[in-house]
Design a protein around this ligand. Sequence first.
Ligand code: AMP
Length: 251
Amino acid sequence: MRIFTSIAQWQTFRVSLQTNPLGFVPTMGALHQGHLSLVETSRENNAFTVVSVFINPKQFDDDDDFEAYPIDGPRDLQQLEKAGVDAVLIPGAAQIYADDYLFKVTESDFSQRLCGACRPGHFDGVLTVMMRLLNLVRPDNAYFGEKDYQQLQLIRDMAAAFFMPVNIVACATVREADGLAMSSRNQRLDTRQRKKAPLLYAALKQSKSAQQARDTLTRKGFDVDYVEDIAGRRVAAARLGDTRLIDNVRV
Ligand code: AMP
């Protein structure tokens, strides 16, 4: 497995790379089975798989959340090597944002709703980093989890709007045995919160309406940001203490 921390070295390598098709899995590290399922799908469908590990500072609307984001570089690399990844890109923020974030991608409708309404600037950060990473990696196929449903839709729409030559592939949400969607943030739940967390998925699945799911979650002690039914999906974000969980199910 080749590891690139320099964008310039990656770009030189990319120009010489003849192995097609190329699959790409962007991540923020603290890898779990959800990330690894994307890697597996990429490996099944591509001759070369690149994973990026970059904790994108621009998509955090809250400094404490950014500071508390889990980091385990050595473990991530071990897992990626074991998963058969061909190359890992670990750029620094100064390289990715050499322009000081003067250039941004902004979407002015869907990105302002749901998670965007609770986290101002979040999706500008997500779309801008994805535009940069997709331009750097130039993959044929890029893999995203349905867990981050709004993010997936926005990236797909951005790729279409800018005629980007990449196929955006959606991958099913990987869950713990009790139904909780795997997330790097789950590590931050204390024992009581971790016990309660699977109720998010259960409420989304079992409730007859978004309002009923919201009421159930509030009654169980979640701080609900939103529960909404959109385009055949019930999407939600709710907090347990300082930890914000998101999930969605088909309805
Ligand atoms: P993150 O490191 O949280 O930015 O996630 C990187 C990619 O992994 C994104 O496309 C996520 O949607 C995806 N992902 C994260 N958790 C899961 C999960 N539980 N199941 C499937 N995909 C996931």
